[in-house]
Design a protein around this ligand. Structure first.
Ligand SMILES: Nc1nc2c(ncn2[C@@H]2O[C@H](COP(=O)(O)OP(=O)(O)O)[C@@H](O)[C@H]2O)c(=O)[nH]1
Ligand SMILES: [Mg+2]
Length: 342
């Protein structure tokens, strides 16, 4: 294996040097714009650097990868440009974009033909690997789930969608408990749906009441627990919520961290950093219907290391909720950006 770096003014010129030296079937490992060496670099001038190898190198794990500007792209690398452009459009975090591009190059073995046209099959597999999902708790005999997350993301709406689903479609004995830690009075919507669905609703304001409500619903198949509270910056709130969560039996407990896809990735990271203290078991991603980009479906599982359990896509109760599926979500992203053969 020979690995060499080549420099030039344009990608075309540099590729010429690669071919001259390593031959027609050289493998391109890395194409990037770098500062010129010496004084010119200090002055801010750049040049193209191509790292190329004579054989296919599957051990290539270079994570820092950047693509030259579009006007310098020759017909050799449009797939990578298209890929990067698409992931940026979807607001995928830049470090994840670099990983995807590296993985894409590895998957093609640097094959120039595959770097010409974006191979949607490869891309679909890569995206599916990144969009981790959880199997829905459909047939679990008995479970408790608590919904946590910042105000306004859709916790109560999502809980009611699931309550309707389990009651109306699955005939499961369901109960709802809400933990309104600061007496925000955010229970009217719950009470109304409780009546419509004929589901008992317990409103609790402290741990003692909460424990009592849990005991009362002991025989139910499904107990869905809402949390209404404050801004996460109130550290006391997380502590209080923790006390509630610790009273729920661990067996079959799901702690859903509810996040809205329309929030920006940096904010979602902050949210996670706060709520991870409560050990969420999976993510519910809301408001896909309002999203202008879908990158958070990829970003969030990557930095939380948690699977997505459900996605929601509207305000309707019941309805507008689906178990998250990697293939479906990958295709949703692909179809918005590239022509996919059905
Ligand atoms: N467009 C859209 N709106 C949603 C979705 N889920 C919830 N909402 C809306 O977001 C707002 C806040 O929802 P709510 O359940 O009260 O949030 P909570 O404070 O986390 O309990 C309400 O207007 C909901 O109708 C969704 O999937 N799509
Ligand atoms: Mg609520």
């Amino acid at each position: 294996m020979i690995v060499k770096k080549f420099y030039g003014r344009t990608v075309e010129e540099t590729l010429g040097k690669v071919k001259e030296d390593l031959g027609e079937d050289a493998t391109l490992l890395l194409v990037q714009k770098v500062k010129k060496r010496g004084l010119k670099g200090i002055l801010g001038l750049t040049e193209v650097e191509i790292t190329a190898a004579k054989e296919i190198n599957f051990e290539f794990h270079e994570k820092v990868f950047s693509i030259p500007y579009k006007d310098e792209i020759t017909s050799e690398l449009p797939a990578l440009y298209e890929l990067k452009d698409m992931l940026r459009r979807e607001d995928v975090d830049s470090d994840i974009i670099n990983n995807i591009i590296s993985s894409y190059i590895e998957a093609t073995g640097g094959n120039k033909i595959k770097l010409k046209d974006l191979d949607t099959n490869i891309l679909e597999i890569l995206l599916m690997g990144l969009i981790k999902v959880e199997q829905p708790a459909l047939d679990q005999s008995k479970f408790r789930a608590i919904f946590i997350g910042p105000p306004g993301v859709g916790k109560t709406t999502t809980l009611l969608k699931l309550a309707s689903y389990y009651t109306l479609e699955k005939n499961r004995e369901t109960a709802i408990i809400t933990t309104d830690i600061y007496r925000t009075g955010a229970v009217e919507q719950l009470k109304m749906y409780g009546k419509i669905l004929d589901i008992p609703i317990e409103v609790t304001f402290n741990v003692r009441e909460f424990e009592r409500a849990l005991r009362k619903s002991n025989s139910k198949d499904v107990v869905l627990i809402d949390s209404a509270g404050r801004n996460r910056k109130d550290g006391e709130y997380i502590e209080k919520l923790r006390k509630f969560i610790y009273t729920i039996p661990l067996q079959g407990l799901k702690i859903y961290l509810v996040m809205s896809i329309i929030d920006n990735s940096r904010y979602l990271k902050e949210i996670f950093d706060t709520y991870k203290q409560l050990y969420p078991t999976s993510i519910i991603m809301t408001k896909l219907d309002e999203a202008t980009s879908l990158g958070n479906i990829i970003n969030v599982p990557s930095y939380t290391n948690l699977p997505i359990a459900y996605i929601t896509n509207g305000q309707n109760i019941p309805g507008d909720i689906e178990p998250a599926e990697s293939k479906k979500l990958s295709n949703l992203i692909l179809k918005r950006n590239v022509r996919v053969n059905e």
